[in-house]
Design a protein around this ligand. Structure first.
Ligand code: CUA
Length: 332
């Protein structure tokens, strides 16, 4: 056993051992639930296969050539039996379906708790880039505080990558031009392998990194040691002026464009009568595909910024727009 202090500062990965430590270690709040599902599925499949093979072996022995078993009046059909084996297996597999889909939606789209820490992760050939809300950036590493709910917002600069942390039992595609998200709570301090799990070109197999789960105080210290003067939202505010967004989207502009203060998270009434919630994806798409969703009551005049703004800049703009509250143009 290592002394507790050492474990806190720089432990071996979660104490897992053997051939596949990453698959044995459980280092996030959801890992145990995923394992529970996997074990249940395995038990169910083994039980069903065992049942089939046992009956098969029994009949093969009983009705083998030369056996004296009674073969007269064989039952040609039994509705009870047919209904029973259909209904019973249906119930079992429906339980698995609801169990698994519930876990999946919790992990990928479920609403995380209020005080969630959002971190932005971008895949590119061939590295993972992460950016913390305060503007701290890292490459092929992701530092997170233990015991904190964390939401990752994932995107890609080129092709599809997949963010995979086996010890967290987490995997999510990073798709160019779209945002995907994941949320989890790391529970054990340590370093865990991060892989790209989607073939993305020559160096796919080398697109690896590590996730470092730190004690909350250690994470705070780490944040302060990274030199970062500008938060993501502040960078976004600069881009907002640079690309001329402010020319139309601030309250006193002459062009009639939707005001963005307090937009994030609110439902938006669209011209075609539908409503969309203004999440990260909506804001992102409104910048690159402005003709797709026209806000009710506004003219179709915004030009597309597709190809002019990089995904990294788009993230900063989205962060800036998210940071706007009802007091005009305020960066928190
Ligand atoms: Cu990125 Cu494989």
């Amino acid at each position: 056993m290592m002394p507790a202090m050492v474990v806190e500062a720089y432990p071996t990965p979660g104490g897992g051992a053997g051939l596949f430590p990453e698959l044995i270690t459980r280092a996030s709040s959801i890992a145990g639930r995923i394992d529970g599902l996997l074990i249940a599925l395995t038990i169910l499949c083994v039980a069903v296969s065992a049942g089939i093979y046992l009956v098969m072996i029994y009949f093969a022995a009983r009705y083998r050539r030369g056996s004296t078993a009674d073969r007269s009046n064989a039952n040609a059909q039994s509705h009870t039996l047919e209904i029973a084996w259909t209904a019973i297996t249906l119930v079992f597999f429906l339980v698995i379906f609801f169990w698994a889909s519930n876990l999946y939606t919790t992990m990928q789209t479920g609403a995380p708790p209020e005080d969630v820490l959002e971190i932005y992760v971008m895949g590119k050939q061939w590295m993972w880039k992460a950016e913390h809300p305060g503007g701290q950036r890292e490459i092929n590493e992701l530092h997170v505080p233990r015991g904190q709910d964390i939401k990752l917002l994932l995107t890609s600069q080129d092709v599809i990558h997949s963010f995979f942390v086996p010890a967290f039992r987490l995997k999510q595609d990073a798709v160019p031009g779209a945002y995907t998200s994941l949320w989890f709570k790391p529970t054990v301090t340590g370093e865990y392998a991060l892989f790209c799990a989607e073939y993305c070109g020559t160096d796919h197999s080398r697109m690896r990194g590590r996730v470092v789960v730190m004690a909350p105080e250690a994470y705070e210290r780490w944040l302060h040691t990274r030199e970062s003067s500008t938060s993501m939202a502040t960078r976004g505010a600069k881009l907002f002026r640079q690309y001329g967004c402010s020319g139309c989207h601030v309250g006193n502009s002459t062009v009639h464009a939707p005001v963005l203060d307090g937009l994030y998270g609110k439902p938006v009434q669209l011209q075609d009568g539908t409503t969309k919630v203004a999440d990260e994806r909506y804001i992102h798409d409104s910048i690159v595909l402005p003709q797709q969703d026209i806000v009710a009551g506004y003219p179709r005049i915004m030009p597309s910024f597709k190809g002019q703004i990089s995904e990294a800049e788009l993230l900063h703009l989205v962060m800036y727009i998210k940071s706007l509250d009802y007091t005009e143009g305020t960066v928190p």
